[in-house]
Ligand binder design. Structure first.
Ligand SMILES: [Zn+2]
Length: 496
């Protein structure tokens, strides 16, 4: 079993300076190696037969295009090294030319190059081309061996023993596989990958074993709507009123300081600490939410959303005659985009998947098409079924909350798609028999229309007025009158 544990480090002044220095040096080698690989790509691409010249080996151009030029490409037995291995063979000469690299642990230097290689691997799989990293993009390095733990101290090779906040103990039998030191806005963190080979990887249930299932619909009013009619609040950590205001102030303070000044740096640090705090809160809340959801049932059905498409900007509109820009509705969409980004559904589903895997449960993904327009009773699909939060089926007159309707649809979709045999398949099937006319809706179902949110807003309004009235008057008027009105005041009469 492979697990990840993260702790906050407590380096002394000397050590933190060293970490900063290492990150800078490693960034330089990373960028240099990236340039190296790009250059060789062009060289070989132009010459065509770079490999042929040296070994006469038959290599298809697609495989061999991108490799490291500096370093020794050939092994002693005449076989070809991979691009990372070539660049690793170059490390001793790097240390010779630039002796300050000798201070850095050798596994860290190697891992740095391997990271670049994974970036290229990802590129070959169809993701973006590796980027050159600036200071804000490159903030970590990785050890692959030599790290020791003892109580609340950790030994990092060439950095020495360092204290850390031992927030949770590592389970017995687990061994450290790799260690990453990361710089964040409020200090340094270390994340350990630990492994115990005797424990098998997460047990996974077969689809036939599934007894219960919960459908989840991600939303903004509430974060998650479950098909068992429960919902989880959306705290909106970055988009609530106070956070937005503070963010704006901090941002403004940064932008008004002189460029390259110490004060600007300080303001920037304050801003990023604030953003870091929000991120930490969100992370913690998502873990709790994921735990709650996973505990509900054997399997969880979620929509397979493309969130990056949802938060795209609107396309610009032009006036063809004058060439001017017209309003395209982006200003209205921006707020929505920010809300979606703040809710971060993707990382929540990732956490749900991790928690589910840990407790031997399954997460099923479902195509999100028409989940909010379909009636869960008669399966009638019509965009007119939904009107904001309300759902009213145009075919059978079924009334429900639109979000819960969507979660039910997701659940049913998962059952059909994965051929699950759930025993109590949605109680709504029973209701299908007695149709409800549009003019004569059943009183029981009508109450669903009066969503509790209505009452809540009333309550909130009352609360608001109460607070406002208190503020407008000095002190509490009723209580003041009370003191003078001695006849009616039991407290005063008692003391007298
Ligand atoms: Zn219907």
């Amino acid at each position: 079993m492979l697990l990840g544990y993260c702790y906050k480090l407590r380096p002394n002044h000397h050590q933190s300076e060293k970490i900063d220095e290492w990150i800078n040096l490693l960034r330089a080698t990373y960028n240099w190696s990236l340039r190296d690989r790009i250059d060789t790509y062009y060289q070989r691409y132009c010459c065509g037969q770079y490999c042929d010249l040296q070994t006469k080996a038959v290599i298809t151009p697609l495989v061999c295009l991108i490799g490291g030029a500096s370093g020794e490409p050939w092994r002693e037995n005449g076989k070809k090294r991979s691009p990372v291995e070539i660049q690793i063979t170059n490390l001793p000469s790097l240390k010779k030319a630039r002796p300050w690299y000798k201070d850095i642990d050798s596994t860290v230097l190697q891992q740095n190059l391997k990271q670049l290689n994974t970036a290229f691997d990802n590129f070959f799989k169809g993701r973006g081309f590796p980027k050159f990293k600036n200071r804000s993009r490159f903030r970590s390095f990785t050890y692959s061996m030599g790290v020791k733990l003892k109580g609340n101290k950790i030994y990092l090779p060439k950095l020495g023993w360092m204290k850390f906040y031992n927030s949770r103990p590592i389970p017995d039998g687990f061994k450290i596989k790799s260690v990453t030191v990361r710089k964040k806005a409020d200090g340094y963190y270390v994340s350990l990958r630990i492994e115990d080979k005797s424990i098998p990887a997460f047990p996974v249930k077969n689809l036939e074993e599934i007894q219960t299932i919960t459908g989840l619909d991600m939303g903004l009013g509430k974060l998650v709507y479950c098909s068992d009619k429960s919902a989880i609040d959306n705290p909106k950590f970055a988009t609530n009123k106070t956070a937005k205001r503070l963010q704006k102030i901090r941002q403004r303070r940064v932008s008004r300081k002189n460029k390259y000044s110490k004060n600007k740096q300080k303001a920037q640090q304050r801003l990023s600490r604030f953003q870091h705090k929000i991120a930490v809160k969100r992370e913690a809340y998502q873990w709790q939410t994921a735990k709650k959801i996973v505990d509900k049932s054997d399997s969880i059905a979620v929509e397979d959303l493309q969130i990056s498409n949802m938060i795209k900007r609107c396309k610009p509109k032009y006036d063809e005659k004058t060439g001017r820009f017209l309003k395209n509705g982006q200003s209205a969409k921006r707020a929505l985009n920010r809300l979606i980004a703040d809710a971060s559904w993707y990382s929540l589903t990732q956490k749900i998947e991790y928690m589910a895997a840990k407790s031997g449960k399954i997460v099923l993904r479902v195509n999100p098409r028409c989940t909010s327009q379909q009636c869960s009773v008669c399966h009638h699909i019509d965009p007119a079924n939904r009107e904001g939060e309300k759902f009213l089926c145009m075919n059978c007159g079924h009334i429900d909350d639109a979000n819960f309707q969507a979660s039910l649809n997701i659940k049913n979709k998962a059952i059909n798609q994965y051929q699950l045999n759930i025993k109590n398949r949605t109680s709504s099937k029973k209701k299908c028999g007695d149709k409800v006319g549009r003019d004569l809706p059943e009183p029981k179902q009508l109450t669903l229309f009066e969503t509790p949110t209505n009452e809540l807003t009333l309550d909130k309004r009352k609360h608001h007025y109460a607070r406002m009235s208190k503020r407008s008057e000095p002190g509490n008027l009723l209580r003041q009158l009370d003191l003078f009105d001695q006849e009616n005041n039991p407290r005063n009469s008692a003391t007298l």
